[in-house]
Design a protein around this ligand. Sequence first.
Ligand SMILES: Cc1cc2nc3c(=O)[nH]c(=O)nc-3n(C[C@H](O)[C@H](O)[C@H](O)COP(=O)(O)OP(=O)(O)OC[C@H]3O[C@@H](n4cnc5c(N)ncnc54)[C@H](O)[C@@H]3O)c2cc1C
Length: 360
Amino acid sequence: MKSLKENFQKIHIVIIGSGIIGKFNALELSELGFQITIIDPAQLKNSSNAALGLLMGNIYQKKKGRSWDLRKQSIELWPKWIEFLQKFNCKLNIEKPLIQLTTNEEKFKKLEKFIYEINDLNLRTLENDSILIKNINRAFQTNNIKGIISFQDGRIDATSLLETLDKYLNHKKINFLKEEIINIRKSNNQWISTTKNNEKIKSDIVILCNSLQAIDLIDNLSHNIKLKPVLGQAIEVDINDAEVNLLSLPKQFNINGKNIILKAKNKLIIGSTDEYSTRPEENIFEKLTNFLDKKPSWLTKGKISKKWYGIRSRPDGEPSPIMKNLEDGLIICTGFYKNGILLAPSCSKWVANEIKNYLS
Ligand SMILES: Cc1cc2nc3c(=O)[nH]c(=O)nc-3n(C[C@H](O)[C@H](O)[C@H](O)COP(=O)(O)OP(=O)(O)OC[C@H]3O[C@@H](n4cnc5c(N)ncnc54)[C@H](O)[C@@H]3O)c2cc1C
C-alpha cells in the first residue's frame, strides 16, 4: 500500500499570493508531500514585508472563542516551526518577552484583573518598584507608566522570517511564478488559474492567499465575503541623545496602543496606526510618537531614518481571519488584519486538515 506522502505527491496545489500566509501554507503542505506552485506578481510589496512581527498570543485578553483558539494553537506551534526553520537560518528566533504598558489607570486595573483571573505563571503584573518599570518611566520622563509582561509572547523579525521561508521553498524547489492571476475556474475536476499573460495553470486544489484581491477571484454573489483595507504604518527613528539609555528599555513593548521595538542602541521602530484608507499619512512622526501626554525630549528630537506602510485586509461583517472551504478544492485564507504573522502556523494547520479531509 502506498504511503499518504506518496499519494499526496500526485496532488498539485496552486497557492495564489506569497505573503506570510501563502508561504506558510506552502511550507506545511510541501512537508506533507504535495506538489506546490506559488503565484504572485509582486511579493515584496505586500503587507507581510511591512509587519513588525509581534506575537500577541497569550497576552490576548479574551480566552475563549475562535480567535483565541487560533492564537493558542499558533503559540504552541511556533517553537516547533522555529526549530525546523533554523536549519535554513540559525539566527531565526522568537525574541521574548512581550510587555504591554499603559498610562491609563482604568486600563491598568483591567489588565491587573485579567492577570489575577487568568492565574498563569507566564503572565504577570509588573510591580511599580521593579527595575523594568523604573527604567521605562525614567526613559520616558514620566512616572505613571504601568503594565504587564507575557513571558510566552514576543516577536519574530518578519523580514528574516520571510527570507528564511524563501530559502526553504528554494531548497524544496517549489515552483514560483511571478504572475498575476486574473481568473480561476473549475473544469473536469481540475482548477484552471489564468494569469494576466493568459497562461493557464492546472491544479487539483487552489488556495487563495492574496489578501484583499481574493474576493476578485471568487463568485462573491454566492460567498458574500467583504473585506476592508486597513493601513498600517511604521517608522524607524534615530535617537542621538545621551539623555536616554535605550538599552535600558525592553526589546519589544506596546505603550498606549503603539508598538515599539528596540532596533539598536540608538534606533527604535514605532508602529502602527489603524486607518481605513490606503494612503500613508503625511504627519506620520507626530501620529506615531504621541502615545504619552508629554513626549520625552529625546523623542521630540528623533529623526525618521526609514518609514513604510502596508495594507492589511480586515473582514467586514465577520471576525478576522477568513478561512473557509468555498467549494471542492477551493480554499480561502484572507482577512488576517493585525495578526497574519502570529496566525500563520494555525492557518496552515487548518488548511492541511481541510485538504486531508477533502482527499479522504
Ligand atoms: C505596519 C504593519 C505592522 C504589522 N505588524 C504585525 C505584527 O506585529 N504581528 C502580526 O502578526 N501581524 C502584523 N501585521 C499584519 C500582517 O502583516 C498581515 O496580517 C499579514 O501580512 C497578512 O498576510 P497575507 O499573506 O494575508 O497578505 P500579504 O502579505 O498582503 O500578501 C498577499 C499577496 O497576494 C499577492 N496577490 C494579490 N493579488 C494577487 C493575484 N491576483 N495573483 C497573485 N498574487 C496576488 C500580493 O502581491 C501579495 O504579495 C502588520 C501589518 C502592517 C502593515
